[in-house]
Ligand binder design. Structure first.
Ligand code: MN
Length: 258
């Protein structure tokens, strides 16, 4: 049987499960909040054009308002100053949008310390157990943060010192960007960097290093708990916004079930 026919047969027989990693988009979807004097992103909203009424008797449709970085979204290299000469979101090769993934689960650590940072040693220890990170694949960083996504306040977890959400140390960010074979890094939090990363050296090291190296980010993922540590495939579908820095994104995972 041709390989795509085998694939469809497995999908329909339930031997391959499709897990939706995408957060629902609504005005309640959490968005990042930058302090003055920085600009901020729009939350998601719908503006009705017609709904089976005099404006359109047989049809319902809306305009949408959204930031490129609202909800589950894809960061293109050009999003960061270090990647300014890199790809915009429309230029990401379609073949990069289907890639193998691994899940590293640090939800227990993040539950105890919301400022928990992933270090290279954590990844090396994981590799000793599970094997190498996937070539041209995603590292999906599970922190349990998706459980907070119903509330902007809990999701951003800010106090007077700023937000407290888990992330990556500057050394680990450089390692992911320059030493690892990864295509990109995916998180459950509002961005790929820690909440406190504005105070790191360099600030926002995950954005700076990964996007500067031509790699990608995926944020506000859900349901990583339903993925195996290894062996899943992620399909990420950002919109091809010309010159765009990123895009809201449907992220799906394919998981083989025995
Ligand atoms: Mn982003």
């Amino acid at each position: 049987m041709p390989v795509l026919a085998q694939f469809m047969a497995a999908l329909r027989a339930g031997a391959i499960e499709v897990v939706d990693l995408t957060a629902p988009l609504s005005p309640q979807t959490p968005v990042i909040q930058l302090p003055e004097p920085f600009g901020n992103t729009s939350p998601f909203s719908l503006t009705e054009i017609s709904r089976y009424d005099e404006r359109g008797p047989a049809w319902y449709w809306n305009n949408i308002t959204t930031g490129e970085h609202t909800g589950t979204h894809f960061d293109a290299p050009v999003h960061w100053a270090t990647g300014r000469d890199g790809l915009d979101v429309s230029q990401v090769p379609p073949a990069h949008l289907i890639a193998p993934a691994v899940v590293l689960d640090f939800s227990a650590q993040a539950a105890g310390d919301p400022d928990f940072l992933l270090e290279v040693e954590h990844i090396k220890a994981w590799e000793a157990e599970h094997g190498p990170l996937p070539d041209r694949g995603w590292l999906l960083y599970r922190t349990g943060w998706d459980a907070r996504s119903g509330s902007q306040r809990e999701f951003l977890n800010a106090d007077e010192a700023g937000p407290h959400t888990p992330g990556v140390s500057p050394d680990c960010a450089r390692w992911l960007a320059l030493e690892s074979p990864l295509l990109g890094f995916g998180v459950e939090t509002v961005g790929t960097d820690a909440g406190a990363a504005h105070s790191f050296d360099p600030p926002f090291p995950c954005h700076a290093a990964l996007l500067g190296a031509g790699k990608y980010g995926l944020t506000q993922l859900q349901n990583l708990s339903r993925l195996p540590a290894t062996g899943s495939v992620v399909i990420a579908g950002p919109l091809p916004i010309l010159a765009g820095s990123g895009s809201p994104c449907r992220a799906l995972a394919l998981v083989e079930r025995a």
